[in-house]
Design a protein around this ligand. Structure first.
Ligand SMILES: Nc1ncnc2c1ncn2[C@@H]1O[C@H](COP(=O)(O)OP(=O)(O)OP(=O)(O)O)[C@@H](O)[C@H]1O
Ligand SMILES: [Mg+2]
Length: 1081
């Protein structure tokens, strides 16, 4: 099961912590069963007690400053530095690195509703960005606060957020880099170490970030306000001049310093030793120098421009070291080498410069005269030049950065768009949306407040005006849009103070200008008197003279007090006129206009000299630039970041309540809260409210199908809201008291536990179902895959079969043709199948004559095979037979040769085996054996002898030896016929056993041919033929046989077929033999 883990992070949010592979994990996590939900710590009662509320509007006692500060304290203790007042972000400087600015955090806030996540600077940045994108309206983020409260850091965080999260192409990357790199450059030239802040911005800054239609940053524009130029020539104890001087001296390469005539020791320079604080532990000038040098390159400064810029910086240091001597009324320069260096670096003539630094040009009666300066005048002329050079160079630097941020866009257009497209694309490009970032000094209240504080506080009055107008207006607009009656809000409108300062003719600035321009002996004190005369009756203006006794005690006679919306501030008038005049002698301007340094020629314009009109005073310029700023801001939708510094010692974890109360007051935060809480503490769109709390009412859980407002009504009725506790608008519900909301939140917290169990069960079921579904799908996929394979195999087999049949048929058609591609398969197949068939059906034995019919092409081969087969069978048969059997076979062969197809009873004799003898030793008379002597008897058979006269049958024994055939009767050898004398043997073709042994008639020993009859005539005759070697002398006769009976007489034996064997003397004197007919013939 997927588990959701939650983690307490420094912003106070309990949030999923994504792991390496995208899974969520964290250490010391609580496991909850929900997905992607960001649970607010504020949701839980216990957490709320510990870390306070994340939005001050939810403070029950919202008018209590103590409650406000207590909430800040609780959160600060838990490292929760951000808290809202509605949409205003209050930020307390932690003075330590909290790990809440990582890329992960940026991602977390990206595209997420402002209220869904815990307060963060990224939430403000993202909200502005999204409003700009969705509503198409320009935005601005106003960051204010005391020196060291974290304004610049906040603005950098916002810039980084956009650089990381906004879409970017390659071209845009350059702009992003330049936007980011503009910070170190501006900080080097415009920031300094003060008692309050080691990196204090000594100018106000408004920066526009321009986004194209895709939401990518494509350019920027910076406006600077009121640089603290006096710092160039003077620093309070423990403070430094602008960083760039120290960076150059510490980090500049030897060659560079030599070229600039500088030494690597800040103590050598008058303008750097006033504060007696050349080194600061938190600042590394050397590495900062490298960063600035690189940034200058990224922004697009050429090497020449950098050189000229550094010449100016070095010249300011040299200017500070210019010493005056001589008479008091006629100052002259005592440091010759210094002035030479200075002239070279400024690119002006030495003598002209020397004169300009010691004289003043006056026009009397139309004539120009050079009047020498006294020592004090000369020193202040020198300082004025240093301030003017530095101040104007700073403005030039801002303009240069602006040009570089704009130029990229133009260049891109020119590069990538043709001339025709140019207009179209630039239109598209310049039709950008803007987010402005205002990093400007908050209210300043010191022991001694001067012209600068007056300007700064005036600026804050103007910003408060803007805030009131825009916030109240938007509040009122929202009520109107939601159809809720607008209840007038009691708040202090500070317009009256703005008017007091800026009103034409009657305002403090006008009076100051008048005193500056007035001929005669105008001084700071006459200015104060004039103020008393003009605005003395104003409710927000007091001087020592006008004050009551109690106030007088805390006011100097040279001070006036303004009752600002944020509190009272006493201003000392000393220096007001000078600072407002900000004068630089004309001849010094002229010298600068002659400079060969290109930057200086841009800073000191010749037109300025010819312009007879007096330049605007510093206050008027500031007023005008503020008016312009207000115009810019009015055209945009504002978001506010109010920065608070927790202590004066730059320490982390220290919450100085007095200091914070002071800032809460001067930042007007209570006023902010009062305005925000004038009506309802909490409001949410119906869908958001319903979505969050629907589980608390059975009617709306799990889903509400009807109108959203009806759903919310059902829900709040179920929750028991009283009518005075809430109002239903058109698209939002408005809840008057925080306690109502908290009660609902607490109910939700309890409900979550039971929901979690249900969700777990649901999730388990779902995940199992998914698992099963996955398995099932896998099985189906495997099945389908396997079926596919089988089907493909089948189809392939069918295809092959069809091809084979086709080839076969074709081959069959072409079978009688010569071997050709069409028939070769068929012919091969026929051969193959014949051979295979033959192989299976070979004859089993030599007598088996079966043989498959070969195809025409194999006739010859078949014949060879058949013979070979037969030979093989014969050979193996022969190998197997015994000598006895062989002998038998040989005899049978001879019998076959003699009798086959010639004698009727031959076939019956074939299956009967020939025996070696038919008479053994017992049956033959021993006398006969004796008479035979050494002659070995080879065969003996009983026969019937028919004598020559009367053909009487007489039983005899026929004995065959190696040399002769012997006829024996009992113990007598009756007749011996040597084989050599055996002329022939006659036998009939019928089935009888009668045969005749023919002997020569002339042989007297013989008594004529011998007529014998044997029951085994075939065997007997075969034996005789073999023994006598007379195979070819056996005659097989048809009808009758003639034989000699001795003494030249001849006998005849007639053979006739009959029913049974009958041998008898016929009437004609012949021996008649009737042989039984056998079936074979
Ligand atoms: N969010 C933050 N996290 C950690 N440190 C911070 C944060 N904000 C500010 N600081 C610390 O406080 C110092 C002062 O902040 P910063 O320079 O932004 O003040 P500032 O309001 O711009 O002051 P000034 O008006 O003098 O320019 C920073 O140098 C940094 O050390
Ligand atoms: Mg700053």
């Amino acid at each position: 099961m997927m588990e959701l883990k939650i983690q307490l992070i420094p912003t106070g949010e309990i949030i999923l912590s994504p792991g390496k592979n995208g899974e969520n994990h964290c250490h010391n996590c609580k496991v909850v069963a929900s997905d992607g939900v960001r649970a607010m710590m504020e949701s839980a009662l216990t957490a709320r007690d510990r870390v306070g509320v994340q939005d001050f509007v939810l403070l029950e006692n919202y008018t209590s400053e103590a409650a406000f500060i207590e909430n800040l304290r609780k959160r600060f203790k838990e490292n929760l530095i951000y808290t809202y007042i509605g949409s205003v972000l209050v930020s307390v400087n932690p003075y330590k690195d909290l790990e809440i600015y990582t890329k992960n955090h940026m991602e977390r806030y990206r595209g997420v509703n402002f209220y869904e996540v815990s307060p963060h600077i990224y939430a403000v940045a993202d909200n502005s960005y999204r409003s700009m994108r969705t509503e198409g309206k320009d935005q601005c983020i106003l960051i204010s606060g005391e020196s060291g409260a974290g304004k610049t850091e906040a603005s950098k965080k916002i810039l980084q957020y956009y650089a990381v999260t906004c879409p970017a192409s390659e071209q845009v990357q350059t702009v992003k880099d330049r936007l980011l790199q503009s910070n170190p450059v501006l900080e080097a030239f415009g920031n300094a170490k003060t008692l309050r802040n080691d990196n204090s911005s000594r100018f106000g800054k408004y920066m526009d970030i321009q986004f194209d239609f895709k939401g990518a940053p494509v350019g920027g524009h910076i406006i600077n306000y009121l640089l603290e130029k006096s710092r160039v020539v003077h620093q309070n104890h423990g403070e430094r001049n602008f960083h760039i001087f120290y960076q150059l001296i510490e980090g500049g390469e030897e060659d560079l310093l030599r070229h600039l005539g500088l030494e690597r020791n800040p103590q050598q320079y008058q303008y750097l030793i006033k504060g007696n604080c050349p080194k600061v532990s938190s600042i590394n000038d050397r590495s900062d120098w490298k960063v600035v040098r690189k940034a200058l390159t990224v922004i697009g400064f050429s090497e020449n421009e950098v050189e000229e810029l550094l010449n100016i910086i070095a010249s300011v240091l040299h200017l500070g070291n210019v010493q005056y001597g001589g008479e008091d009324s006629n100052a002259c320069i005592t440091s010759d080498i210094q002035i030479k260096y200075l002239a070279r670096l400024l690119g002006v003539n030495v003598s002209v410069l020397t004169e300009a630094l010691t004289h003043k040009k006056i026009i009397a009666k139309g004539e120009e005269l050079m009047s020498p300066l006294n020592l004090e005048q000369a020193s202040s002329a020198r300082d004025a030049l240093a301030k003017a050079v530095y101040g104007r160079t700073f403005t030039w630097l801002v303009n240069k950065i602006n040009a570089s941020l704009t130029y990229t866009m133009m260049k891109w257009c020119l590069l990538y768009a043709g001339t025709f497209l140019f207009l179209y694309i630039t239109n598209a490009f310049f039709n950008y949306s803007v987010i402005g970032l205002l990093d400007i000094y908050g209210f300043e209240v010191f022991q001694h407040n001067s012209f600068e504080q007056f300007c700064i506080n005036y600026c804050n009055e103007k910003l408060q005006q803007l805030f009131i107008e825009l916030t109240l207006k938007s509040e009122q607009d929202e009520y109107e849009a939601e159809g809720i009656t607008w209840e007038p809000v009691q708040y202090f409108n500070n317009k009256i103070i703005c008017d007091l300062v800026e009103e034409k003719f009657k305002g403090i600035i006008s009076i100051l200008d008048e005193e500056c321009l007035r001929p005669g002996d105008a001084s700071d004190l006459t200015f104060l008197e004039k103020l008393e005369d003009t605005v003395g009756g104003h409710a927000h203006f007091v001087t020592h003279k006008l004050a009551d006794a109690k106030t007088r005690k805390v006011m100097g006679r040279d001070e006036f007090r303004l009752l600002h919306y944020a509190g009272e501030v006493n201003y000392n008038v000393n220096g007001f006129l000078d600072k407002n005049n900000d004068l630089l002698f004309r001849n010094l301007k002229e010298v600068m206009c002659m400079s060969e340094n290109k930057i200086l020629t841009q800073c000191f314009n010749r037109e300025e000299l010819s312009d007879k009109k007096r330049p605007d005073t510093a206050a008027t310029q500031f007023k005008a630039s503020l008016a312009k700023l207000m115009e810019i801001l009015m055209s945009k939708e504002p978001s506010y970041v109010r920065c608070i510094k927790p202590n004066d010692s730059k320490q982390s974890g220290r919450f100085d309540e007095v200091l914070i109360r002071h800032q809460v007051k001067y930042l007007g935060l209570m006023e902010n809260l009062r305005v925000r809480r004038a009506g309802f503490a909490y409001r949410r769109r119906y869908e958001v409210f319903l979505q969050r709390y629907k589980s608390l009412c059975p009617g709306t859980w799990p889903n509400w199908d009807g109108k959203l407002s009806d759903g919310v009504s059902t829900l709040v009725k179920h929750l028991g809201y009283k009518p005075e506790e809430y109002k239903m608008g058109r698209s939002k519900i408005f809840i008057r008291f925080p306690k109502t909301l908290f009660a609902t939140e607490d109910a939700l917290e309890t409900r979550k536990h039971s929901l979690a169990t249900k969700l777990q069960a649901g999730w388990k079921g779902y995940s199992q179902k998914c698992k099963y579904q996955k398995l099932r799908n896998s099985a189906i996929a495997v099945q389908a895959w396997w079926r596919g394979i089988l089907a493909r195999r089948r189809a392939q087999r069918r295809r092959q079969a069809a091809n084979t049949i086709r080839r076969f048929i074709k081959g069959f058609i072409y079978r009688h043709k010569e071997r050709c591609p069409e028939n070769e398969y068929f012919l091969d197949y026929v051969r193959y199948s014949f051979l295979m068939n033959l192989c299976k059906n070979l004859p089993k034995n030599v007598l088996d004559k079966s043989w498959p019919t070969p195809p025409a092409a194999l006739t010859e081969a078949s014949e060879h095979l058949r013979k070979m087969c037969m030979q093989n069978m014969v050979w193996s048969y022969c190998k197997k037979i015994s000598p006895e059997w062989k002998h038998q076979m040989e005899q049978k062969m001879i019998a076959s040769e003699i009798f086959k197809d010639k004698k009727d009873n031959y076939p019956q004799s074939v299956p009967k085996l020939f025996v070696s003898t038919r008479l053994d030793g017992e049956n033959i008379n021993p006398k006969v054996v004796q008479a035979l002597g050494s002659e070995k008897m080879k065969y003996a058979v009983p026969v019937t002898k028919y004598d020559r006269r009367g053909y009487k049958p007489r039983p005899r024994q026929l004995l065959l030896t190696a040399n002769s055939a012997v006829i024996a009767e009992e113990g007598k050898l009756k007749q011996r016929i040597d084989y050599g004398a055996l002329k022939g043997i006659s036998v009939s073709s019928l089935s009888d056993g009668v045969f005749v042994l023919h002997v020569p008639s002339e042989d007297n020993k013989q008594k004529g041919d011998v007529v014998l009859q044997s029951d085994h005539v075939i065997e007997t005759l075969t034996k005789i033929a073999i023994c006598a070697d007379k195979i070819n002398t056996i005659n097989i006769n048809q009808g009758s046989i003639k034989f000699t009976m001795g003494q030249g007489k001849e006998g005849i034996i007639d053979f006739t077929p009959g029913s049974e064997l009958l041998v008898a003397k016929a009437k004609n004197g012949h021996l008649s033999v009737t042989a039984p007919r056998l079936n074979s013939r």
